[in-house]
Design a protein around this ligand. Sequence first.
Ligand code: BES
Ligand code: MN
Ligand code: ZN
Length: 497
Amino acid sequence: MDIRFATEATGDSAVLMACEGPTLLDAGKALDEKAQGAVTRAMAAARFNGGAGQVVEILAPGGLDFSRVLVIGLGNLERADALACERWGAQATRRTIASGAQQLALLIDALPNAGAADAAARAAIGARLGSYRFDSYRTRLKPEQRPSLKEIHVVVQGPAAAKSRYEKDSSVADAVYFARDLVSEPANVLYPEEFAKRLKKLESLGLEVTILGEKEMADLGMNAILGVGKGSVRETQLVVMNWKGARTKGAQPIALVGKGVTFDTGGISIKPAGGMDEMKGDMGGAAAVAGAMMAIAARKAKANVVGIVGLVENMPDGEAQRPGDIVTSASGQTIEVLNTDAEGRLVLADALWYAQEKHNPAAIVDLATLTGAVIVALGNEYAGLYSNDDDFAASVQAAGTHEGELVWRMPLAPAYDKMIDSPNADMKNIAGKPVAGSVIGAQFLKRFIKEGTPWAHLDIAGTAWKSAPGEDPVSPAWATGWGVRVLNRLVAQKFED
Ligand code: BES
Ligand code: MN
Ligand code: ZN
């Protein structure tokens, strides 16, 4: 989709901003006058009150050149900020993408909490995020099912400033697309080696990308991740993406670590059949890390960042690991694998060790679709946040709030840690009783973090995809790309010099 910035409203369709009241903003008022009040009459007829996300659609209004005018609510004027503009822009494209409209004019007004350039740039980002589709395998779409929208005209006073703002921020939208595509790809197409190949291509952005195969991992003693892949015919991979953008050359990096289980059958502790297809998305943490690295490199962030993803397929097979197997992780700690479906923590155990052993990070964030239990606790709205450092946790939380990727802090405590002690090994990979499942996963990971390194774990099992998309305008498809933005923002706010 082509996005351009202009002062004149052109195109076949127009979108107006309105706030609670309802009140049209200046650009909308001018248009309404031209249409002799048709817009305000339609608003009243539809009982539109300007609430966030409310939409009135007026077809072929008299007195205007537009064949379609949409009024979309921003909510309360005093509270409408850049994020509200983003959601507004997303609503606009979602409502019109396959409507027959070809050029959409977004009429932007400055708001008390978002200047014109900011509001325009964020509306444009929202328009892009809201028009995401995963259509690559749909070869028989009827013309009316295909996107009709070709151009977005962002209409604003001072289009040049808005455009440069948009260009600065748009790499994050590209990166969210990249992550969503990875999560959406089926596991017969996206298996560990193919995933690694796609990451290797990020070298064109200036990232240094290293791929470790099973032989290299075995030499490093990474038997926890290798155990997970034993039942798969696909080779397990560990990919390291390095961005060295800090002014101080040897500055310690922030490490971003992702769970990349390209398909999770559960292994010998096999999952029930219903909904198992969704486990193609069990690499959502790795996708978020990959997307964040892409955004960080594309905008040439002044920070050292290393992204590490453990890529593996969890399958049942004659070679697969069994419940009761004991593996020695690269850290030297032994793990009794009581449930082969609690595999994400085994992947991260070695990936986290590698991050600390080889990159001496100043801080670590890991992302993983780790537990169904976090969905029980938080649904699809918030990701679970666990951390050993209050300041760091607050930074992650603030980055998430800023970007509309919400996180909720959950507890860690010695009483939970005790529950994974094993009589046969240093630890077991599940607790004795099925309680506090998401906390237990986090406690397990914590055993692989060196004392004193600020660490945050995000359990994104509820946010990496949505079985029923439609609520969130910026995330219209099954895969959300959740995490790209929070990581990119965290780096921008806390780690750039
Ligand atoms: N990938 C799953 C977690 C998951 C569940 C993600 C649902 C998204 C939606 C993970 O590997 C898993 O199977 N976890 C088990 C852990 C249990 C065996 C302790 C779970 O949550 O049931
Ligand atoms: Mn599993
Ligand atoms: Zn899993």
